[in-house]
Ligand binder design. Structure first.
Ligand SMILES: O=P(O)(O)OC[C@H]1O[C@H](O)[C@H](O)[C@@H](O)[C@@H]1O
Length: 526
């Protein structure tokens, strides 16, 4: 039996149909207690989902679905180390990376990271010409880039002084070149991060960085200026990185779940190991909550079930992620990989096509910038786009009045999206001709997540919240959230096209569009 044929699924479909015409404004008018009944407080977080299009009956039916899909049993299987990533035959153990008592191999690598960070910070690790390191350049892509990049920016207020940490990911030479343009080779450390150590972009960037370094300082400089993070120790050795400069992680850590491992080395250098361990502790605190809290007070469960409601029963195709925090400006990109690479799939665990929608498109931008770009469509575009607002209650940076203005905008947007505005409510000065333009339909659902502050512990909680949401959705949609076969095909075709672009192979076997574009690329070189 598939989930869509269960009584729980059918009940939700019935409720969706029956409530289709109820406006969020009416729901609030009918129930002064709506906020307190649809808000969860935990670990300093406040999740308000009262502006979603639902009522107690919907919430109860979603909770019933959680149990019908046996999510708690799947949690137990993950925790027991079963190979629940069945297409790759791997366990899913990123939670072990942040456990209070981690496995010995994890503790050992954390210890090595600690010692390394201390040497970089106190200046006892010297570059080849005897100078201390002042620049760290993380070379990686996808899961080997987005997590440490996002968190380094989010925790800038906690940065270790005297060290600049930057990130290069794109195969476009402009990425590496613009970072290297103001780096001094004698004081630069490269961290080459790749789970597989076969990723084209990362290895190409690493080779170019190596050439830049050795041109200035000679071949012997490599061991003082290059370290690697990988599960593939043979490939790191083949690249010429000495074993003592390699920080290991394991195939039971998915790339997009790997920030907690040595993949976070650049972050650990940026904020110091004490702060990195606080991030791990925050993740572990969210793990305990997810594993132990009943579904009705469970934050990851609630986010997952709201996504099912909006996607499968109300028909939403996308979700806007709107952090009202410039420090979280990279969060939408990070969550895009986490959610869309995990659950952007159509084939279920039994190898059959699912008969329901799966992951929505996630997109977003830091508030208030997004307001001046795309909110017009959210307010008057007529599309259902559930919005997820995230705000931080205590700011790290406030030169005066900024934070109040930021929060006022955040609260005002979810209020406006919910209420809308009728023609009667338009400003009195509005002329009859302009009145139709002043109407806002409203009824746009949103969730608001308030964080007490943005420190390492809180950020750890936040990331783990989304990780568990993604895991739960994989179970609910009957997908393996931990593989990513869909990324492979484009890579295969790029490998075939590369020799045609470099002139080593003739163009052949291409459709007319690809052949035409290739010819234009080649013509530009003549
Ligand atoms: O860490 P790497 O092995 O270099 O992989 C980097 C990234 O590339 C792959 O194509 C996957 O889609 C991502 O999940 C992964 O994070």
């Amino acid at each position: 039996m598939t989930l869509t044929t269960t009584p729980e699924w059918r009940e939700l479909a019935t409720l969706a149909e029956a409530q289709r015409h109820i406006h969020l404004r009416e729901r609030f008018a009918a129930d002064p207690q709506r906020f307190s009944r649809h808000a969860i407080r935990h670990g300093g977080f406040l999740l308000d989902y009262s502006k979603q299009r639902l009522d107690d009956a919907v919430v109860a039916a979603l909770h019933a679905l959680w149990h019908a899909a046996a999510v708690p049993a799947w949690i137990a299987r993950m925790r027991a180390g079963e190979a629940i990533n069945h297409t790759e035959g791997r366990a899913v153990r990123h939670v072990d990376l942040r456990a209070a008592q981690p496995p010995a191999e994890v503790a050992a690598v954390l210890g090595r990271m600690q010692a390394f960070c201390a040497r970089i910070h106190d200046g006892s690790w010297r570059g080849a010409s005897g100078k201390p390191i002042r620049e760290v350049v993380n070379i990686g892509i996808g899961g080997s880039d987005l997590g440490p990049r996002m968190a380094t920016r989010a925790l800038a207020a906690h940065a270790h002084p005297g060290l600049r940490v930057r990130f290069v990911s794109n195969i476009d030479g402009a990425d590496l070149a613009t970072v290297l343009a103001d780096c001094d080779p004698a004081q630069t450390l490269f961290i080459v991060v790749s789970k597989t150590f076969t990723t084209q972009e990362t290895l190409h960037n690493a080779r170019s960085a190596r050439a830049w370094l050795t041109a200035a300082l000679g071949e012997n400089a490599v061991s003082r200026h290059f370290v690697a993070v990988s599960t593939n120790l043979e490939a790191t050795a083949a690249f010429g990185i000495a074993a003592e400069n390699v920080f290991e992680f394991w195939d039971w850590v998915g790339g997009r779940f790997s920030l907690w491992s040595a993949v976070g080395l650049a972050l650990a250098l940026a904020i110091g190991m004490d702060n990195f361990r606080a991030l791990l502790a925050g993740g572990a605190a969210m793990d305990t909550h997810f594993f132990d809290a009943p579904v009705h007070t469970n934050l990851p469960a609630t986010l997952a079930l709201l996504e099912v409601w909006n996607t499968n029963f109300l028909g939403a195709h996308s979700r806007a992620l709107l952090p009202y925090s410039q420090s979280l400006a990279e969060l939408p990109r990070y969550i895009q990989q986490l959610e869309m690479e995990s659950n952007g799939k159509q084939v279920d665990r039994a190898g059959k096509r699912v008969d329901h929608a799966t992951a929505p498109i996630v997109w977003g931008e830091a508030g208030t910038n997004g307001q001046h770009a795309f909110y017009q469509l959210l307010h008057q575009g007529g599309r259902l786009v559930p919005c997820e607002f995230i705000a931080v209650l205590r700011p790290d940076f406030d030169p005066g009045g900024h934070h109040d203005a930021l929060l006022a905008n955040c609260l005002a947007q979810s209020e406006a999206l919910m209420r809308g505005r009728t023609a009667d409510e338009a400003p009195a000065s509005t002329s009859a001709a302009l009145a139709p333009y002043q109407v806002f339909d409203g009824n746009q659902p949103s969730t608001t997540l308030l964080l007490p502050r943005l420190d390492p512990h809180t950020l750890g909680q936040l990331i783990a919240l989304y990780e568990h949401k993604v895991f739960a959705l994989g179970v609910l949609w009957n997908l393996n959230a931990f593989d990513q076969w869909g990324v492979e095909y484009g890579k295969v075709l790029a490998r075939r096209l590369l020799p045609m672009l470099s002139g080593e192979a003739p163009a052949s076997g291409l459709d007319s569009s690809t052949a035409g574009l290739l010819a234009a690329c080649l013509a530009a070189r003549r």
